[in-house]
Write a protein that binds this ligand. Structure first.
Ligand SMILES: Nc1ncnc2c1ncn2[C@@H]1O[C@H](COP(=O)(O)OP(=O)(O)OP(=O)(O)O)[C@@H](O)[C@H]1O
Length: 235
């Protein structure tokens, strides 16, 4: 009896494919090429760390991925869609639908509770979601980062790590396909930073792609892959 043929695994379209991305900054001085043919592929559930010396262009690259900025050359595919030259209005809509952002600074509103800060991310062009639905999504996001019990606390009563977890919940509440984190542990001590990295990684278990810019080699080593930006190239 011949063995049954082994089915080929389904080929998944990557969430993101950047090819040959270039970016030259034209300030008062000589134009400077920051990204010089960057290729990057991000799959669902994948975590990628980007290391590189200060000024090497890590934040610039993250801004391009998150559609805050545009490349001068190369191609950007989001799923099957070529978004290299997407007009800004459409880019803004994609930005809030597809990406979650976490930064070194938490950017929380001090006079709002943790839950209210997270709910702010649910305001969209059509206004607010129905109250009950909004509350459920907010509590799920806070639960996902392990601080549902702090929902009513305002930022001044929270530790740095707790505040960053509120910021991560705010990034996750719209269920983005990709989480972009720029030095999210930069303002935290080592132990708290480790916790925050674990929370970010947990999001990848639900299928989110994660791109983490960091200076911390231990945090980078926790990611599925580690890339380094050097002389405008990622490798
Ligand atoms: N809007 C801008 N105009 C001119 N130069 C800029 C602009 N934004 C960034 N730069 C320069 O581009 C280079 C890359 O900056 P970027 O912030 O991407 O680096 P980075 O690797 O994230 O650095 P760090 O690790 O210090 O955050 C730096 O030399 C920076 O000074």
């Amino acid at each position: 009896m011949s063995a049954a043929p082994i089915a080929a695994p389904p080929i998944q379209t990557p969430l993101i494919r950047l090819s040959g991305i270039t970016k030259t900054l034209k300030g008062q001085d000589e134009p400077r090429t920051i990204l010089d043919g960057v290729n990057l592929t991000v799959h669902s559930g994948q975590s990628i760390a980007i290391l590189g010396r200060s000024g090497s262009g890590k934040s610039t690259l993250l801004s391009l991925i998150g559609l805050f900025d545009r490349a001068d050359g190369g191609q950007y595919l989001l799923g099957e869609r070529d978004i290299t030259k997407l007009p800004e209005r459409k880019a803004a809509a994609l930005r809030s639908a597809e990406f979650g952002f976490v930064f070194q600074r938490f950017f929380l509103l001090k006079h709002l509770s943790a839950a209210q800060n997270v709910a702010m991310a649910l305001v969209n062009g059509q206004g607010w979601l129905p109250r009950r639905k909004r509350k459920t999504q907010v509590m799920e996001a806070l639960d996902q980062v392990g601080i549902a019990h702090l929902a009513k606390h305002k930022p001044p009563r929270l530790s740095g790590g707790e505040q960053q977890r509120v910021a991560i919940a705010r990034a996750l509440v719209r269920q983005p396909r990709v989480l972009l984190a720029d030095e999210p542990t930069g303002a935290l001590d080592t132990e708290t930073g480790n916790l925050v990295v674990d929370v970010l990684l947990k999001a990848t278990h639900r299928g989110c792609g994660l791109v983490l810019v960091t200076h911390d080699h231990d945090h980078a080593a926790k990611m599925g892959s580690v890339l380094s930006l050097h002389d405008g190239r990622l490798g």
